[in-house]
Write a protein that binds this ligand. Structure first.
Ligand code: FES
Length: 109
């Protein structure tokens, strides 16, 4: 949890259902996610999914991390109540946006 001041990529996403916000920060080395942190303004499920995606994504290549889906995050938490499923969308979306931000900054996209 927290911010990476010299992050290589940053992704901020908002949840249209409830208005909650999440920012994912990444550090990339040799095409792998060397570090990943989050700041989430949201419910318990949103914070749990933020934390889970950092565990799932750390050490992965950018291509592997891009393949992590909203469903994967919820499943790694052993599921979420149906009413909380929308909360799990932010984590995967935020990660993908941070990677896209990194690729754009590097001129790779
Ligand atoms: Fe907004 Fe869960 S209620 S992310």
């Amino acid at each position: 949890m927290g911010e990476i001041p010299d992050a290589d990529g940053i992704g901020t996403v908002g949840n249209p259902v409830c208005g909650d916000l999440m920012t994912i920060y990444i550090k990339v080395k040799d095409n792998r996610l060397e570090d990943i942190k989050f700041k989430t303004f949201g419910c318990g499920a949103a914070i749990a999914t933020s934390s889970m995606i950092t565990e799932m994504a750390r050490g992965k290549t950018l291509e592997e991390a891009m393949k992590i889906t909203r469903k994967d995050v919820a499943e790694n938490l052993d599921g979420l109540p149906p009413i909380k499923m929308h909360c799990s969308n932010l984590a995967a979306d935020g990660l993908h946006k941070a990677i896209e931000d990194y690729l754009e900054k590097k001129g790779k996209k």
